[in-house]
Design a binder for this molecule. Structure first.
Ligand code: FMN
Length: 368
């Protein structure tokens, strides 16, 4: 018996089903505020049990991609209010993904053309970002050299997360997801190859997780721990994040610390390098034992795999990324075993309504 379509209590929220729309950057904003196109995009997908928005920078410094909506000004709050109202009118629930890209940025996106910031000054050697070239044209460019944040600045970035969480509440979001995955700022503190600090934010496991736990504590004090989730991509090696011996220990330590804090969920991503699953059942079992909250799993998920892992009690919710782009009615398609459309890879990032709002709902063939 599949549990995918059962109701689920996530923190204090009642979700209509266990299918989550994964966060996806679509770069459809003309400036940094979500507009009507974005509201319509999420409205179309509101039958998901939970939507997690695209990565949403918490500050100008947190930006790493052009045409992405932020959440640090009142104008941005007003834009997001249009989105949350549209989703709520359809009976959906929506968290915003709070994002600081750290070193994965470019001087053309930083205030006064400043250097991007990170735990240390090491550059992601394979890092590319969607920014402006010398002629002002938008395209993929290599990331700029970062500088290390001072201790006072680390605390100021935590303040920026709190300010963004406050704005998220004003904008009507049901909660916030901290983006601790995919090689961005929070993971730059977790991984010893990008964190060479010798102060209380670097070195031991306890020190490398300190920044994330301080952000969790402070954001929880602002919006309530039951409205906070964290996204993590253990072992993913994305954007020059090499494997390290204490990786499992680091993530399992975080799991038990999150459990003590009573956050709503951890959203795990498997990056599936060469199609190989990194987060096997043994790891999921250890994570489950260490963490008492809910677990979402994303990355190449299928109905069958999700049902299997839910049946084993290893995950609570399943997140889909690309399938939600091309199938706004994904929940109905999974429920009815209808075929799934695949997204056009050329319109994932940037542009307008095309490849964004024009994927149709499934219509059963009429048989005469
Ligand atoms: C176009 C696109 C944009 C993405 N942007 C984000 C993002 O902003 N934040 C994030 O955590 N993950 C992002 N992801 C990763 C997805 O959330 C998801 O984990 C990934 O697509 C794997 O799930 P899937 O196999 O179901 O697509 C993005 C993925 C895609 C395809």
């Amino acid at each position: 018996m599949t549990q995918l379509f059962d109701e689920f209590r996530l923190g204090g929220l009642a979700l209509g089903n266990r299918v989550v729309m994964a966060p996806m950057t679509r770069a459809r904003c003309t400036d940094t505020a979500a507009g009507e196109l974005t509201a319509e995009y999420y409205r179309q997908r509101a039958t998901a049990g939970l939507i997690v928005t695209e990565g949403t920078p918490i500050s100008p410094e947190g930006q790493g991609y052009a045409h992405v909506p932020g959440i640090w000004t009142d104008e941005q709050v007003a834009g997001w209010r249009g989105v949350t109202d549209a989703v709520h009118r359809e009976g959906g629930q929506i968290f915003v993904q709070l994002w600081h890209v750290g070193r994965l940025s470019h001087v053309s996106l930083q205030p006064q053309g400043a250097q991007p910031v990170s735990a240390s000054d090491s550059r992601a050697r394979d890092g590319m970002t969607f920014a402006f070239d010398d002629s002002g044209a938008v395209g993929f460019v290599p990331v700029s050299d970062p500088r290390a944040l001072s201790v006072a600045e680390v605390e100021r970035v935590a303040d920026d997360f709190v300010g963004a969480a406050r704005k998220a509440r004003e904008a009507g979001f049901d909660g916030v997801e901290l983006h601790g995955a995919n090689g961005y700022l929070i993971e730059q503190f977790l991984n010893p190859s990008s964190n060479k600090r010798t102060d209380r934010y670097g070195g031991s496991v306890e020190n490398r997780v300190r920044f994330l736990l301080e952000v969790v504590d402070r954001v929880s004090a602002e919006v309530g721990a039951s409205r906070v989730g964290v996204r993590l991509s253990p072992f993913s090696e994305l954007f020059d994040m090499p494997a390290y011996p204490e990786a499992a220990e680091t993530y399992l330590h975080l799991a038990s610390e999150f459990g003590r804090r009573g956050i709503a969920y951890v959203h795990l991503i498997d990056q599936l390098p060469e199609g190989r699953r990194l987060l096997d059942e043994d790891f999921l079992r250890s994570f489950r034992t260490a963490f008492s909250g809910s677990i979402i799993l994303a990355g190449g998920m299928t109905h069958e795999l999700a049902a299997h892992l839910m049946g084993q009690g290893l995950i609570d919710l399943v997140a889909f990324g690309q399938p939600f782009i091309a199938n706004p009615d994904l929940v109905a398609r999974l429920r009815n075993d209808w075929p799934l459309a695949t997204p056009d890879p050329t319109s994932l990032y940037g542009g307008g309504a095309e490849g964004y709002l024009d994927y149709p709902r499934y219509e059963s063939p009429v048989t005469l």
